[in-house]
Design a protein around this ligand. Structure first.
Ligand code: 5GP
Length: 347
């Protein structure tokens, strides 16, 4: 047994230190980033925020709504190939260019990914997603997908340490998804005791990825726009959001009326609810590692995404970053033991 003594940090442990700036207004801040990906050589430009591939977040409707803001959606993996065929027909290229096709790592997943990718050349992102990215099987699967799709952008995860980020990039991933345990409806830390505070995971994994010309997605744990900024400030190239984008018209969750109020169901992809829906219940050898919550229904996602983008722009003005790209270079985090003043309730 070994103990690592240096303290790892989450979003709640830091704030940005403000810096002198020549920016007069947040409207001067450019959130669009341009990336050329390591293996595929593909170029993409947009606002590098991604709706999570959860079946009450990453829907086709979410992809259409967010693409209008230049924001991406990782489409959940429970749509059929014929659902995709319909979607592809009704979407223009800008929606498809900003959609990720999610997949697990089984033989059936591989065939389904091939069938979906064959529907349109405008589909350019593949998101290979398993809860425990430390499995050797993921590395082999990334190699196989890279061979089959040399010119598509491949994201793989989830992991939280630099060694595994490097291994996945060397295996063919352009992007590595980072996060184990921080999610709003995740119970992995409670059920298994495994995890890594998300800000430190981002900082360490970004360093490993950038050294090899790869990119990372900071996935999970953002509860407000300030956390999204902190993820970018820590070095995340993309930030993935589940809970913050759940509960909206476009999220596609089940709407429930209770005591005259409207709620939307939101659940982890390893929760009892998800397994009941997609896998015929929780298998006897495993425990559910996600929870189910009812969120107050929040209407269209447009206001929420504008609010998040406005917050990130404002962070940039406080630290003097004219472009999102510069935010991490302009970031000094201070360690803190307080965040919001909750005397009149929470924002
Ligand atoms: P959030 O933005 O809600 O904090 O986190 C979203 C992320 O939580 C997802 O992108 C995914 O990585 C993770 N996640 C989703 N469902 C589950 C689950 O059931 N269990 C665990 N451990 N993580 C989940």
């Amino acid at each position: 047994m070994r103990i690592e003594q240096d303290l790892k940090l989450g979003f709640k442990d830091v704030l940005f230190r403000p810096k002198r700036s020549t920016l007069k207004s947040r409207s001067q801040v450019e959130l669009t980033r341009e990336f050329t990906f390591k293996h595929s050589g593909r170029q993409w430009s947009g606002v590098p925020i991604i709706a999570a591939n959860m079946d009450s977040v990453g829907s086709f409707d979410m992809a259409k709504a967010l693409a209008a803001h230049g924001v991406m959606t990782a489409i959940h993996k429970h749509y059929t190939v014929s659902d995709w065929a319909e979607f592809v027909k009704s979407s223009d290229a800008s929606v498809l260019n900003n959609a990720m096709v999610s997949t697990g790592t089984s033989e059936a997943d591989f065939q389904k990914t091939k069938d979906i990718m064959a529907l349109s050349d405008d589909l350019i992102f593949i998101c290979i997603d398993i809860a425990n990215g430390y499995s050797e099987h993921l590395v082999e699967y990334v190699q196989k997908v890279r061979e089959a799709f040399p010119d598509k952008v491949i994201s793989a995860g989830n992991v939280v340490t630099g060694d595994m980020v490097e291994e996945l990039i060397l295996a063919g991933a352009d992007i590595v998804k980072v996060g184990i345990g921080p999610g709003s409806v995740c119970t992995t830390r409670v059920k298994t005791g495994v995890g890594y505070p998300q800000l430190s995971a981002i900082i360490e994994c970004a360093d490993a990825a950038h050294g090899l010309g790869g990119r990372i997605i900071g996935d999970g744990g953002c509860s407000c726009a300030g956390d999204v900024s902190k993820a970018f400030g820590g070095g995340a190239d993309f930030v993935m959001l589940g809970g913050m984008l759940a509960g909206h018209t476009e999220s596609g969750g089940e709407v429930i009326e209770q005591d005259g109020k409207t709620f939307m169901k939101f659940y982890g992809m390893s929760s009892q609810s998800a397994m009941d829906k997609h896998s015929g219940g929780v298998a006897t050898y495993r425990a559910a590692e996600g929870k189910t919550v009812l969120l107050p229904f929040r209407g269209t996602v447009n206001n929420t995404i504008q609010d998040i983008m406005g917050g990130v722009r404002s962070t940039c003005t406080y630290v003097g970053a004219a472009q999102l790209k510069e935010l991490t270079k302009r970031t000094t985090f201070i360690r803190v033991q307080e965040q919001e003043n909750n005397v009149f309730g929470k924002e």
